[in-house]
Write a protein that binds this ligand. Structure first.
Ligand code: GLP
Length: 241
């Protein structure tokens, strides 16, 4: 695990952006796993800017999102589908056939996890972008998820629903279920970048990096990944010393 401590969120976003752009330059057909949430927003803004300045093209890149809510439609403003189009896809030259998000159609609930897993098996990821939940989740792999899990339907933790209620009118509106890549799918990516900022993440970051490797704290498994970079600001790194 490589840990990079930046002076602020802007620097985190800059560092993450330069890694992603370098990876695309090395391999224009990069298979990239993408995350939602506040953490990668600066990275996405910078990637859009770099594309507009002709510094990078996504025309051959394929993307695979980590997770999606179940119980709201893709057109809901808080679906991860909407999030990705609003904050990245509609601003860059990625081809729509190269964009993959887990299907959350309730009428297909019996096979959507397996379908997405097949896609991931057929397209091993080169790079996965991650954030971290305050309870140590990565994607929506909540505490207790087996470390060898593959794409599945998850019941969200109450803590996760509370954390994410800031994006909804109230807690009752936050979906109770989601579909997520499993921990094994994430660990199978050749390279991983995890981004975290702010004091609220400090305890989780400490546990991820210094704690014991356990499925009670899913992000701790990243200690075993051969090429994982954690990009932090001073606040999220404040409990590491
Ligand atoms: C969500 C997502 C995760 C994300 C995490 C942290 O629940 N499913 O993929 O990493 O929350 O979000 P944020 O970056 O907004 O703190």
């Amino acid at each position: 695990m490589k840990v990079d401590i930046c002076k602020n969120y802007e620097e985190i976003a800059k560092k993450a952006t330069s890694i992603v752009i370098q990876e695309i330059k090395n391999n224009p057909k990069l298979k990239i796993g993408l995350a939602t949430g506040s953490s990668p927003l600066g990275l996405y803004e910078n990637l859009i800017e770099a594309y507009q300045k002709n510094e990078v093209s996504f025309s051959e890149v394929t993307s695979y999102n980590l997770d999606e809510y179940i119980g709201i439609s893709r057109s809901h403003p808080q679906s991860y589908y909407s999030f990705m189009f609003e904050n990245l896809f509609k601003h860059i030259d990625i081809k729509s056939k190269n964009i993959h998000l887990p299907n959350n159609d309730l009428t297909q609930i019996d096979h959507i996890a397996n379908d997405y897993n097949q896609i991931l098996h057929a397209n091993p990821l080169d790079l996965q972008i991650l954030g971290i939940g305050s309870n140590g989740h990565i994607g929506f792999n909540e505490p207790g998820t087996p470390l060898d899990s593959e794409t599945f339907i998850v019941t969200l933790d109450e803590q996760t629903r509370k954390d994410n209620s800031r994006f909804f009118k109230n807690l009752d509106d936050v979906p109770k279920y989601a579909i997520t890549m499993g921990i094994k799918n994430i660990m199978d990516s050749k390279k991983i970048i995890l981004i975290a900022s702010g004091k609220e993440k400090a305890k989780a970051i400490h546990q991820m990096i210094k704690g014991k490797i356990t499925n009670k704290f899913p992000a701790s498994i990243l200690q075993l990944h051969p090429d994982c970079t954690i990009i932090l600001d001073i606040d999220s790194a404040s409990q590491l010393a």
